[in-house]
Design a protein around this ligand. Structure first.
Ligand SMILES: [Zn+2]
Length: 232
């Protein structure tokens, strides 16, 4: 089990990667790691995610109250608390505003078309949650319908949140979402899409079971988002 010190360094590293790839601008975005049942290590507010120091991180309890750290916790902590509460398997969360995926979120278009086999295998699809005001409980509420069944969610007129067992996996899902959004955009520019057929999706789900085991595969994100739940 990595030490808290190691987690602080990891958050610095992946924060820098988010910034380098333009997945965040200015002070945007936030990252967190679940330290144990009671404590979450999370990025502070009003700091560039490309210029954080390990000492900048804040530790909060399950209600989001600061228990250590000099800085103030991110205003989007409520979203992190909800995800950790509903998903005991999740150990880390990344929230960012990558331009192409956020463009889809601002256009009201979910990334639910099964266009790329690897994305269907890994993420299923990326549903679109309705808009919620940042810094309020409304934001977490908009994500609630999707948190149990998906590991990546587009947030209308805002950005993207991804999560996984480790910070590395949560971050990689953010890269996958943005990359897939770019591919989806190209299909829109080309004026046509050729989604995978149902029979091919079934085969991918079967392959999931082989790669990950039936139990894990059954718990993995669904390839299609339920229609109309919170989506525009
Ligand atoms: Zn945000």
């Amino acid at each position: 089990m990595p030490s808290e010190r190691k987690y602080r360094q990891e958050i610095v590293r992946y924060g820098r990667m988010l910034h380098e790839r333009c997945f965040v601008a200015a002070m945007d975005g936030n990252l967190s790691v679940r330290l144990n049942e009671e404590r979450i290590l999370v990025t502070p507010t009003c700091v560039s995610k490309g210029a954080m120091l390990p000492v900048d991180m804040v530790i909060v309890d399950r209600e989001g109250h600061r228990v250590s750290g000099r800085r103030n916790v991110t205003s989007e902590i409520g979203m992190h608390l909800l995800i950790y509460d509903r998903r005991p398997d999740v150990g880390a969360i990344v929230h960012a505003h990558p331009p192409t995926a956020t463009g889809f979120a601002a256009a009201g278009i979910p990334l639910t078309e099964p266009l790329v086999c690897e994305v269907v295998m890994g993420l299923g699809c990326i549903p679109l949650a309705r808009y919620g005001t940042p810094g309020t409980s409304e934001l977490a509420q908009t994500l609630e319908p999707y948190v149990s069944n998906y590991d990546a969610i587009l947030m209308s007129n805002h950005g993207v949140v991804t999560y996984g067992d480790t910070l590395e996996h949560a971050y990689m899902k953010m890269e996958t979402v943005e990359h897939f959004a770019q591919i989806a955009l190209v299909t829109h520019l080309l004026g046509r899409q050729q989604p995978l057929q149902e029979v091919e999706i079934e085969k991918l789900l079967l392959a999931r079971s082989k790669y990950f085991g039936a139990k894990i595969a059954a718990a993995m994100p669904l390839p299609r988002a339920p229609e109309k739940i919170g989506a525009h």
